[in-house]
Design a protein. Structure first.
Length: 342
């Protein structure tokens, strides 16, 4: 079976990194057949002391320093130190469901013969707040994430790698290179665009599911989706064919809400149309909340429509903010450029 390098890019993850690392380092997998490489992005909390303490217990835990601080540069730094057959990315705040995770991952590579693996990435936490439960419900619906994505699927199959691939054979890196360090969000999607363009395969398997912690507040969720929206805009500039209709819906809806709202007093009948569209949007969110919140406490169901607002408008804010930045850079490029090395 293939050996595994687990790369864990972190920055200020002292609250959760020990839990994640212990789940990885105590896997039911030969210690000599896997390594865990933490790439720390200049943490200002106790992340590094925690990792160093764990190094005294586990010989296959490595700590490297990501001076670029970005998630993309952290991945690259760890990959440069990886020595095993396949590479899998695990974030420092993830929950690894069972001690057989690496064995299942290695077996899936061996059985499928794929160049990369995709996995489900549901949201969950041991003692979730009502808001976190609402986020989990909303994000797993087609109204809360890109319907082109397979990350909430439970069917094993070959899929396009763009939104799901997280583990790669070394052949992939040798073929397409490292992550683009211009990206601090959607760097994985950009990398996977190149995996797809190179004709490399991706096998999606529920056996290697990882659970992510949902954001705990409207502000945190809005900011998270803003970063993701900005990454999608940057991705569209580099790979125009990656821009899909579902990804455009939230940005265009936000423009309509703001522009039509500003003009409805000056344009006949626009006000009525604007109000009708807002009423329809509210009805859709309330209906989705009722369906997704069925069987949930009222405190959870009541928050689901609010979560959708954070998702849609957070994504739109990040998308347009980055789009404006990209247009300005093309019209007035900075002297000498600014591209970071890969």
């Amino acid at each position: 079976m293939p050996s595994v390098s687990v790369i864990v890019p972190v920055r200020n993850e002292s609250r959760s990194v020990e839990h994640t690392l212990r789940l990885l380092l105590t896997q039911d997998f030969p210690p000599g057949a896997f390594e865990v490489i933490v790439a720390d992005g200049a943490s200002t909390d106790d992340t590094v002391p925690v990792v160093r303490r764990l190094q005294s217990e586990f010989a296959n835990l490595k700590l490297v320093f990501n001076y670029g601080r970005l998630a993309s540069s952290g991945r690259n730094t760890a990959i440069r130190h990886a020595t095993k057959d396949v590479i899998v990315v695990v974030d420092g705040h993830c929950h690894v469901p069972d001690r057989g995770y690496l064995k299942k991952l290695s077996a899936a590579f061996e059985a499928s013969g794929a160049d990369s693996l995709g996995r489900p990435q549901p949201l969950g936490v041991e003692r979730p707040t009502p808001f976190q439960r609402a986020v989990s419900a909303a994000r797993s619906s087609r109204l809360g994430h890109n319907p082109d994505s397979d990350i909430y699927s439970n069917e094993a199959k070959f899929v396009p790698p763009q939104s799901t691939a997280v583990a790669y054979t070394r052949h992939v890196v040798h073929t397409i290179g490292l992550f683009d360090q211009e990206f601090d969000a959607c760097e994985d999607v950009e990398f996977n665009e190149r995996v797809h363009a190179a004709g490399l395969t991706c096998y999606f398997t529920p056996t290697v599911q990882i659970v992510y912690e949902p954001r705990g507040s409207f502000r945190a969720l809005f900011y998270q989706l803003g970063r993701y929206g900005g990454g999608r805009a940057k991705l569209a500039c580099k790979h125009p064919k990656s821009l899909s209709v579902p990804a455009l819906v939230p940005p265009l809806w936000a423009v309509w809400v703001l522009a039509a709202g500003a003009l409805c007093g000056a344009v006949p009948y626009l006000g009525a149309l604007w109000l009708a569209s807002l009423a329809l949007y509210a009805a859709v969110l309330l209906g989705a909340g009722a369906v997704l919140g069925r069987g949930q406490p009222v405190a959870v169901a009541a928050r689901i429509p609010v979560v959708f607002v954070a998702i849609h408008f957070g994504f739109a804010w990040g998308f347009w903010k980055e789009s404006v930045k990209q247009v300005r850079r093309r019209l007035w490029p900075p002297p000498g450029g600014h591209k970071l090395p890969a």
